[in-house]
Write a protein that binds this ligand. Structure first.
Ligand code: AMP
Length: 457
């Protein structure tokens, strides 16, 4: 495999990458970086976890002229969550250079502070299309000096209805810009977008053929009925920050999640029988770090945008090799090993024989007896969730909640995690130790001058 120094990166960037623990480029990076660094347009099919952020991020930073205080790079993302993630990655990559200013411009938060930050100037902007448009309209952002525009997760942006916004923004950038388009899928609309706005793009498709990053797999043979004990043992031993446990039936999901909860684990069941409201609440708590284990059926997990987990457990082996590969594909980030553990009763053994035959390699089996001997040690989630009985329709915005918590309630901003806003309800992740304090303060204090019912979920 190639190395970063063969790509002609600056010495500072190479040192920085080494410090970040990036030893060699991922396949997307190896293919995309040469044209990106050469200033060419690129269209790349790449999913989350492929290292796509650094594939454009290294290019943005290396090509930047820090002395020129104008927005030189703009990354458009479908969601605030992704924008925050991208901005964080860019800031880490930018340590290779002095004084690179990265700004996020997303909706759902007050526009005032953003205007203030923009007036101080920025080199790179990461944002969602709607809010970037707002700033262009107000004249608080100009793209006259833009050299590179990145469309990240372009397919999702189109799905979310941002196509007109994107075209509007593109229309306000210099014609000789570099345009980089990243997308996990390849629908006709993406090709149209590329044809309309890119010049002789280099076409990169590694996602489909790219082998998943290392996944360390371990198999255990169990007697029927030992699954929950074995799962509790795995969790107790490995203390993962998050884990999806796959089951076959809805009933099994409920049983396993119920048993684990009774034993002190923060486990939630996810299956097709949940009402939308329950499903939202489950996903919110899992994604914001308040629950450790999501016990799910394949069908329920299908639409989830949850990747890069440290651990996946198959409470029952998947019916076929393809489903197995898909399940365990949720663990493992680029360059970092994921862990997948599969339980199997003697009766289910044939499923794994087929898997073994298909792979042509032997599966490695763990010792069931020593696994089951591990005493329960529930994983303590980093966060707890507060539910506030006010949402979008009550004109509550994430900024109001953040304000109430950090202002009147006196919490440090760093203690507040994800804020998920629904029509009539809002969920806020709070650092576990401070959750009770936050609850008390919100119960007595006010949000936007009003009293909303608050509870710990
Ligand atoms: P992404 O697909 O951009 O969301 O990246 C997925 C994860 O892989 C992130 O946590 C990156 O920090 C990490 N990563 C990106 N490039 C590399 C690399 N060359 N070596 C190791 N880890 C990487």
């Amino acid at each position: 495999m190639s190395s970063f120094n063969a790509l002609g990166l600056s010495q500072a960037m190479q040192t920085n990458l080494a410090q970040l623990g990036y030893e060699r480029p991922t396949p997307v990076q190896a293919e995309a970086l040469p044209p990106v660094l050469a200033g060419r347009d690129v269209i790349a099919m790449a999913r989350t976890g492929s290292g796509k952020t650094a594939a454009f991020g290294i290019g943005l930073i290396e090509r930047l002229k820090p002395r020129r205080f104008a927005v030189q790079g703009l990354v458009l993302c479908p969601t605030r969550e992704l924008a925050d993630q991208v901005a964080k990655a860019l800031r880490a990559l930018a340590r290779a250079r002095h004084n690179v200013k990265v700004l996020t411009l997303c909706g759902g938060v007050a526009i005032g502070p953003q205007i203030g930050s923009l007036s101080h100037g920025a080199h790179l902007v990461v944002g969602t299309p709607g809010r970037v448009q707002d700033h262009l309209r107000k004249g608080t952002l100009t793209l006259d000096h833009l050299s590179t525009l990145v469309l990240d997760e372009a397919d999702r942006m189109l799905d979310m209805g941002f196509s007109e916004s994107i075209e509007d923004i593109l229309g306000q950038t210099p014609a000789q810009r570099q345009t980089l388009l990243f997308s996990a899928t390849w629908p006709p609309e993406i090709r149209k977008l590329s044809e309309g706005y890119q010049r002789e793009p280099v076409d990169i498709r590694v996602a489909e053929t790219e082998p998943k990053p290392d996944i360390e797999e371990l198999f255990y043979e169990l007697e029927p009925g030992q699954q929950t004990d074995a799962l509790a043992a795995v969790l107790s031993e490995r203390q993962p920050s998050a884990c999806i446990a796959f089951c076959t039936t809805k009933k099994q999901c409920d049983d396993v999640a119920g048993d684990l909860s009774a034993r002190g684990f923060e486990a939630l069941a996810l299956h097709g029988d949940l009402e939308q409201k329950e499903r939202d609440s489950v996903l919110v708590r899992f994604a914001n770090g308040s629950a450790t284990v999501l016990v799910a059926t394949d069908v329920a997990a299908r639409g989830l945008d949850i990747q890069g987990l440290p651990l996946v457990v198959n409470v029952e082996p998947a019916r076929d090799a393809e489903v197995h590969t898909h399940r365990i594909g949720r663990t493992g980030r680029a360059g970092e090993a994921g862990h997948a553990i599969t339980f199997c009763t003697p009766k289910q053994g044939h499923r794994l024989t087929l898997l073994e035959q298909r792979r042509g390699t032997e599966l490695s089996w763990g010792e069931t007896e020593s696994l089951l001997a591990i005493a329960d040690r529930p994983v303590t989630p980093a966060m707890r969730t507060l539910a506030i009985a006010g949402g979008r329709k009550n004109k509550v915005r994430p900024g109001d909640i953040l304000g109430a918590l950090t202002g009147d309630a006196g919490l440090p901003g760093s203690a507040v995690g994800k804020i998920d806003l629904f029509d009539f309800e809002c969920f806020v992740a709070i650092e576990a130790e401070l959750a009770r304090q936050a609850l008390r303060r919100l119960e007595t204090g006010r949000i936007k001058g009003r009293n909303f019912r608050v509870r710990l979920v």
